[in-house]
Design a protein around this ligand. Structure first.
Ligand SMILES: [Zn+2]
Length: 149
């Protein structure tokens, strides 16, 4: 958890986890939490379509709202959807999907001079876990400090 972001793992796509009797409420309130996929004129159609489990196809008028909201602070937006992540601390992570698409962040590190890849994150995580178990974790060091060792 950070002041401007949150990471969470779900057992399935978010919308599939909403209980049936809460789906209409979920889609009524949707735009308060996520970028709207509808314009005002199409909001009721959006609610009806999504609550019935059907695919919502954005019209150009709706797409315009969506693109605007994607740049609106305070709404939850997907940063990356994938199948795995190694998160060492806030903003220091490496994630990937089944098609080998990747995204990584290394807050405070120069990506140009540090060739950090999945293997580096995994290796550091393994070393740190081992030291944690043995009670020999570096005190006062962050995961980023350890990543550079
Ligand atoms: Zn529309």
């Amino acid at each position: 958890m950070d002041t401007d972001s949150a990471y969470m793992g779900l057992s399935g796509p978010l919308e599939s986890l909403v209980k049936e009797d809460k789906k209409i409420d979920f889609y009524i309130e949707y735009g308060k939490w996520f970028p709207r996929q509808y314009c005002e004129a199409d909001h009721l159609d959006f609610i009806d379509t999504k609550a019935n489990g059907e695919e919502w196809i954005m019209k150009p008028c709706c797409k315009e709202k969506f693109l605007f909201d994607r740049r609106t602070p305070g709404l939850f937006k997907d940063e990356f959807c994938g199948t795995g992540i190694i998160a060492l601390n806030s903003k220091t992570y490496y994630c990937w999907d089944e098609k080998e698409k990747t995204k990584f962040s290394s807050k405070g590190l120069n990506k140009g001079t540090n060739n950090l890849r999945r293997k580096c994150f995994g290796e550091k995580q393994r070393i740190c876990r081992k030291r944690w178990r043995s009670g020999n974790l570096y005190s006062g060091k962050t995961w980023t400090d350890l990543l550079l060792r």
